[in-house]
Design a protein around this ligand. Structure first.
Ligand code: FAD
Length: 468
C-alpha cells in the first residue's frame, strides 16, 4: 500500500531513514509542507528560506528520478500540519506516514499532534531518529541525566556508537510510475528582505556532496591548524547543507572513515572535524533534555536575572558593523553580505555583544537567525548561550575575549579585515586590528564604542552580582 514520506530538514534521497524504510513497504509519495509563517515567527530570514525553497526544488528533481512525486502545500503555521497530512493521506488512500524526527520543542509538539491526529484517522505513523546517532534519552550520564557538558558527551558518543548507526541507509530503486503529478512550488508569502545571491550556496545533494569531497581532498587534513582563520577556507562550509539535510552526518562520517579508518584516532584534522559534528548532535540533545532553552530561557537558570543593558544604539552599531572594533565589524559585514560567518568570528561577535556591550544574547541570537543561511535553532542557541556564559559548558563568565588580541591571533595580516572594511585597507597589517585614533576621521571609521577594560569590568560585575 501507498506510503507517504513527509520531508522536513532532510532534503535528500540518499541515506534518508524515513525514505528508505517507507520504500520497503510500498510505493512512495513525498510531501513537503511550507510553513513559512511559522518559520518567520521562529525568526528565520530570507537567506535561509530562499535556500530551503531551492532545496525543495532540487529534492523534487531527485525524487523524479525515482518516480516519486512530491506534493507541496503552503500551511502557514505548524497547527495546520496534522489536518493537511491526514487529508492528503485520505485522498491518496495511503497507509503509512513516515518522517525523520526534528528536536526543537515546537517541532516536537507539532509531530506529537500529527501522530495523535493521524492515528485517530487510522494512518500508521513512523518516526525515525535520522539526524543524529543517538535518540535523545539514549545517551545519558552515569546518573541518567542528559549531558550538559560537551566533553563527556563526546567521549560517551565515541564509546557507544555502533557501526549500524553509522551505516548509510539504502537509496530506493526507481519505483513504477504513479499516476500522480508533482506540484510546483506554491506561491509563498513575500519576505520583507531580499536573500543574498544564491549562487554562493547552490542547493541540493550534488552541491553538498561536491563540497564534502573538495573539503576532504584539499582541506580536511589541515582542518585542525586552519579552522580558526577566517581569511582561509579552512572549514567545510557544509553547515547550511547539514541544517537542511541536503547531506547527512552519516555521509560525512563515512567519508572520514574511508579517508582515515577511524573517527577517534589518526589524522588530527579529520578527528577534530568529527568532533564538530558531535557538537552538532550535542546541541540537539540539549534542546530535548533542557527544553527551557527552546523557550527563550538560559540553560543556567541563575543567569535569568542578569542585568542586560537596553541600548538600541549600541545594538544597531553591532548589527551594522560600526563598533569601532575592526574584527567585529568585518565579521558582521560578512554575515549581512553573505548569510554566513566563520565560527571563530561567531564566537568573537557573540561575546562582544553579550559581554562588551552587555546586551541580551537573545537579541544577537535573533539577528543571526535572521541572516544565517545555515540558521539552525539548536546550534545557534547553543553557540549564543556558550558565548554569553548562560549555557552548557558555561564558558566561565570571566573568560571574555579581547577582540583586538583575537584579531591579531586569527587574522594576523589583517586580510580578512581589509576585505570587509576597505576603508582600513591602506593601513599596514598590524594597525588594522586597532586603527590609530588620530587617523580615524581620515579613514571614515568610528572610534571604539566601548573601552575594552571598562566593558570587561562591567560584565564581570554584572555576573558577580548574580552570586550575591
Ligand atoms: P565546519 O567547521 O566544517 O564543521 C562541520 C559541521 O559541524 C558544521 O557544518 C556544523 O554542522 C557542525 N558544527 C561545527 N561547529 C559547531 C558548533 N559549535 N555547534 C554545532 N554544530 C557545529 N551552526 C549552524 O549550523 N547553524 C547556526 O545557526 C549556528 N549558529 C552559531 C552561533 C554562534 C554564536 C556560534 C558560536 C556558532 C554557531 N554555529 C552554528 C556553529 C558553527 O559556527 C557553524 O556550524 C560553522 O561555523 C559552520 O561552518 P562549517 O560548515 O564550515 O563548519
Amino acid at each position: 500500500a501507498l506510503q507517504l514520506v513527509w520531508f522536513r530538514t532532510d532534503l535528500r534521497i540518499h541515506d534518508n531513514s524515513a525514505l528508505a524504510a517507507a520504500a520497503e513497504k510500498g510505493p512512495v509519495v513525498a510531501v513537503f509542507l511550507h510553513s513559512t509563517e511559522q518559520w518567520q515567527a521562529h525568526g528565520h530570514g530570507a537567506n535561509k528560506l530562499d535556500f530551503l525553497a531551492r532545496g525543495v526544488d532540487a529534492l523534487k528533481d531527485a525524487l523524479a528520478g525515482l518516480n516519486i512525486p512530491l506534493l507541496q502545500r503552503e500551511t502557514g503555521t505548524f497547527e495546520q500540519a496534522p489536518r493537511q497530512l491526514a487529508e492528503i493521506a485520505h485522498q491518496l488512500g495511503a497507509e503509512g506516514l513516515h518522517f525523520n524526527h526534528e528536536y526543537p520543542l515546537n517541532e516536537q509538539r507539532r509531530d506529537q499532534a500529527v501522530i495523535e491526529h493521524c492515528q485517530s484517522a487510522r494512518l500508521s505513523v513512523h518516526g525515525y531518529h535520522d539526524a543524529i546517532a543517538f535518540a535523545p534519552g539514549t545517551l545519558l550520564t552515569g546518573k541518567g541525566d542528559y549531558y550538559g557538558v560537551f566533553t563527556p558527551f563526546s567521549k560517551a558518543w565515541h564509546k557507544n556508537v555502533q557501526p549500524e548507526q553509522l551505516a548509510l541507509r539504502n537509496t530506493p530503486e526507481p519505483q513504477a510510475p504513479l499516476d500522480i503529478p508533482s506540484d510546483t512550488m506554491p506561491d509563498l508569502p513575500a519576505m520583507d528582505t531580499q536573500a543574498v545571491d544564491g549562487r554562493q550556496w547552490p542547493a541540493g545533494e550534488q552541491a553538498a556532496a561536491d563540497k564534502l569531497e573538495r573539503f576532504l581532498r584539499f582541506r580536511g587534513r589541515y582542518y585542525q591548524s586552519k579552522r580558526d582563520f577566517p581569511d582561509v577556507h579552512g572549514t567545510s562550509e557544509l553547515s547550511a547543507y547539514l541544517a537542511l539535510g541536503m547531506i547527512s552526518w552519516r555521509q560525512c562520517m563515512q567519508a572520514v572513515l574511508s579517508e582515515n579508518g577511524s573517527l577517534a584516532d589518526g589524522d588530527a584534522g579529520l578527528v577534530a572535524w568529527v568532533s564538530e559534528l558531535i557538537w552538532r548532535e550535542f546541541y540537539q540533545h540539549v534542546a530535548v533534555g533542557f527544553p527551557q532553552v527552546c523557550q527563550h530561557q538560559p540553560f543556567q537558570a541563575h543567569t535569568r536575572h542578569l542585568a542586560w543593558r537596553d541600548d538600541d544604539d549600541a545594538f544597531a552599531a553591532w548589527c551594522e558593523g560600526r563598533t569601532g572594533y575592526p574584527i567585529v565589524d568585518a565579521a558582521m559585514r560578512q554575515l549581512v553580505a553573505t548569510g554566513w560567518m566563520h565560527n571563530r568570528l561567531r564566537m568573537i561577535t557573540a561575546m562582544f555583544l553579550s559581554k562588551h556591550l552587555l546586551i541580551d544574547w537573545r537579541r544577537g541570537e535573533a539577528f543571526f537567525l535572521q541572516h544565517l543561511v545555515d540558521g539552525e535553532f539548536c546550534a545557534n542557541n547553543g553557540g549564543w548561550q556558550w558565548a554569553a556564559s548562560t549555557g552548557t559548558d558555561a564558558a566561565p563568565y570571566f573568560r571574555i575575549f579581547n577582540p583586538t588580541t583575537q584579531s591579531s591571533r586569527f587574522d594576523p595580516e589583517g586580510n580578512f579585515i581589509a576585505r570587509w572594511l576597505p576603508e582600513l585597507e591602506q593601513l599596514p597589517a598590524k594597525a588594522r586590528h586597532s586603527p590609530p585614533r588620530d587617523l580615524l576621521t581620515q579613514l571614515d571609521y568610528p572610534a571604539p564604542i566601548v573601552d575594552h577594560k571598562m566593558a570587561r569590568q562591567r560584565a564581570l560585575d554584572a555576573f558577580k552580582a548574580l552570586k550575591d
